[in-house]
Design a protein around this ligand. Sequence first.
Ligand SMILES: Cc1cc2nc3c(=O)[nH]c(=O)nc-3n(C[C@H](O)[C@H](O)[C@H](O)COP(=O)(O)OP(=O)(O)OC[C@H]3O[C@@H](n4cnc5c(N)ncnc54)[C@H](O)[C@@H]3O)c2cc1C
Length: 454
Amino acid sequence: MSRPLKWTSGRLAIVGAGLAGSLLAVLLARRGYHVDLFERYPDPRRNTIPAGRSINLALAERGRAALHHADLLERVERFALPMAGRMLHDEAGKTRLQRYGQRADEVIWSVHRGHLNQTLLDAAEAQGVVIHFDRRLSTADFDSRRLEFEDSEAGRHRHDFELVIGCDGAGSALRQAMQSETELGVREQALGHGYLELGIPADRDGNFRMDPEALHIWPRGGFMMIALPNPDASFTCTLFLENDGSPGFRQLQDPADMRAFLEREFPDALALMPDLDRELAEHPVGFLGTLYVDQWVLDDKAVLMGDAAHAIVPFHGQGMNAAFEDTVALDRLLAEHDDRALALQAFQAERKPNADAIAAMALDNYLEMRDRVRDPRFHLQKALEWELEKALPGRFIPRYAMVMFHPEIPYAEAHQRGEHQARLLEQLTANHESLETIDLEAASAKARDWLASA
Ligand SMILES: Cc1cc2nc3c(=O)[nH]c(=O)nc-3n(C[C@H](O)[C@H](O)[C@H](O)COP(=O)(O)OP(=O)(O)OC[C@H]3O[C@@H](n4cnc5c(N)ncnc54)[C@H](O)[C@@H]3O)c2cc1C
């Protein structure tokens, strides 16, 4: 039987100093563990991050709860920008704000990935974490509990560990090493759509060129563009498009073709993009897909979390939020269990169903953002959802709100309740075009019975 980690003189190694790795390092160092954190890139606080990686992210209540748990929320709030809803841009350039929730505090936050990562690295160092930059994990020997890293000059570095935690993202090297020990059941499902980042800079006076308190969406059915605000009054836009379709990234490889396509589909946004030609020449098209891993744990020696265990498509803005929830769960379970192997198994048992649920909801949300928001029926159902939420507080909660604003409801439960509610909404809105023709009292009574029958 393994010795409890908290009493060993062994060392805890985290591979990957991205979002999950650096937050986990803070939490575990705070518990008194000796933590070594390894990152393949040089220190981002002294170097620029590689271009084309999602520059800003939507932070929601699950992520905020984890940051609060680490006493870091206030620091992150200093550079987080609130977004109260989706600003929908139609083909004619007309806009319409669809709020995310009916309470004023139901907002999500745009955070700069680089600033967030730097804040977490500073906090990790302050907790005594030893951070090793420019160390790419190349191999792991689990029998002798030894990791091998390479630096950018092909130098090799060995490191002994008691427990190694893989926070090294979707292409995880630790996962590959574990996979050569035992079958993990890894399945990657490509979305068939990619993404391209473009920028809308601040205007000449340093002001935002669009409403900064919204996540902007240009839904076009089959594809879409979104934009999130940054603290320097710029926006980062992301075009999501099929890879091989028509239109598609392969078909629009020539920057002139891509420009013509963007001019046709998003003329209002294009008018605000003075650097478009340079960006089209320089920015890469990113890959999107879902990663399913059946086994996250190798007895008491190794565990995966965040994107290394469950990378998802970005359409619910929850990948980082889910990874942050993972860190809090592992921290708690390692403290609760004296037997480390049991702690790791409990971690997987708790988090895997939730990871599967948010993966499914993220895929579904792509259809909602690019297609369903154009359908009047969708807006009717949203309006009815809010009426039911008011009539049945705490019982009827729109699925979007459960995911984004209710961290006390696990993803798996939000998914299940959301499906049940969706069937009800279908029935209640059938043959209606507006709320005025729906008997809200009868609808609430039916909803009460419907929810009780779940
Ligand atoms: C376009 C896009 C938009 C997104 N938007 C959102 C959003 O709005 N909200 C949200 O919550 N999530 C969003 N996500 C998801 C989010 O980016 C990820 O879920 C999150 O970054 C996962 O964190 P992580 O620490 O597990 O992995 P990562 O952030 O990928 O970090 C992995 C780290 O490991 C390092 N590493 C990799 N290999 C090695 C190695 N061999 N040795 C050492 N180090 C290594 C990497 O350099 C990196 O620093 C988005 C993703 C994309 C692609």
